[in-house]
Design a protein around this ligand. Structure first.
Ligand code: HEM
Length: 293
């Protein structure tokens, strides 16, 4: 597939920087997006647009919407929509910093940088709890099938929808659990990554088994750990041909389906949640036809 933001298909890089922007001057948006188009290669820099930006451009992206918020028993899953999301992938934090500055300059003054999150790969692609993340991701030719829109026409084909949530872990609380409790929280053994057949129904992978949904809720996850001075967690990132699989899994995780809450909520909480549409590529540049850019 040569018309996709190909970085979506690659494994997570050693380091990432996420940039989240709001739209501050609508009249300048098209000019800034043209400048961004000259920088974003879809491989090392992946770009997604939020519903508010699409509306400001007078465009429609079928299937794009604002992320829902949920309240579970004693916890909230917030919706924190924004206009634009960039995922900078690389292996050198210094280079990421300079690329982020270039992007920020290209997008000003139409867009204001609201949030920056630095993320990294832990070991062999583990969450900070030590569990392998991404094992059940669709592989080989299934990965693009799950991630990219097709059969919808020019401008949409090759694009992708992404759900992004920042989770904050309470690692002390997780560490206080016994090894068996920890394994039952995830539903896999940390020691060998084997799935635990008789794990409780609250175990994360029991909640999230993609084939157990109707229709099946396949998504391509590209989450990465983050940490700053005193806090740490996971930036959950999942691409799909639509946002439906993510919503279906999340609804079950919060207990909206059967009252059983995902055991992840015993030690971690999302503090943000947003949906974006990641356009396809044309001749090596972002294809912004649908947005009239
Ligand atoms: C802090 C938050 C989260 C952590 C630490 C986490 C961690 C994990 C781990 C360790 C696995 C098992 C290995 C694998 O297949 O990747 C897994 C599986 C999975 N997770 Fe999460 N996850 C989190 C949030 C979410 C969210 C928000 C969703 C979607 C709404 C989700 C969807 C899935 C799916 C679909 C699977 C594969 C299930 C299967 O088909 O077996 N996860 N996750």
């Amino acid at each position: 597939m040569n018309n996709v933001q190909s970085g979506i298909l690659e494994s997570t890089p050693p380091v990432s920087r996420y940039l989240i922007f709001s739209l501050t001057e609508q009249g300048e948006a098209r000019r800034s997006l043209r400048a961004l188009r000259d920088i974003a290669d879809g491989r090392q820099t992946i770009v997604g647009f939020g519903q508010s930006l699409v509306l400001a451009l007078g465009a429609i992206v079928p299937g794009l919407r604002t992320a829902p918020c949920y309240a579970g028993v004693g916890f909230d899953v917030p919706s924190t929509p924004f206009a634009l999301w960039c995922w900078l992938r690389g292996d050198d934090r210094g280079e990421l910093l300079h690329r982020a500055k270039r992007i920020n300059r290209a997008l000003a003054p139409a867009f204001r940088l609201e949030q920056v999150i630095d993320a990294f790969t832990y070991g062999t692609g583990r969450d900070l709890t030590g569990y392998e993340d991404g094992t059940e991701n669709p592989k080989d030719e299934r990965a693009p099938e799950v991630a990219f829109v097709r059969g919808q026409g020019d401008g949409l084909d090759g694009s992708s929808f992404v759900a992004v949530q920042q989770w904050v872990h309470d690692l002390d609380r997780f560490d206080a659990k016994s090894t068996q409790e920890q394994d039952n929280t995830i539903g896999r053994r940390r020691s060998d990554n084997d799935e635990i057949e008789d794990a409780p129904p609250s175990a994360h992978v029991k909640r999230a088994t993609q084939e157990s949904f109707d229709p099946a809720a396949f998504m391509l996850r590209r989450s990465m750990p983050w940490a700053d001075g005193s806090c740490a967690g996971l930036v959950f990132v999942a691409f799909g041909t639509s946002l439906d699989p993510f919503e279906a899994v999340l609804r079950r995780m919060v207990g909206a389906e059967d009252g059983i809450v995902d055991a992840l909520f015993t030690f971690t909480r999302p503090i943000s949640g947003a949906f974006f549409w990641c356009p396809s590529m044309q001749d090596g540049r972002l294809d912004l036809r649908l947005l009239g850019v």
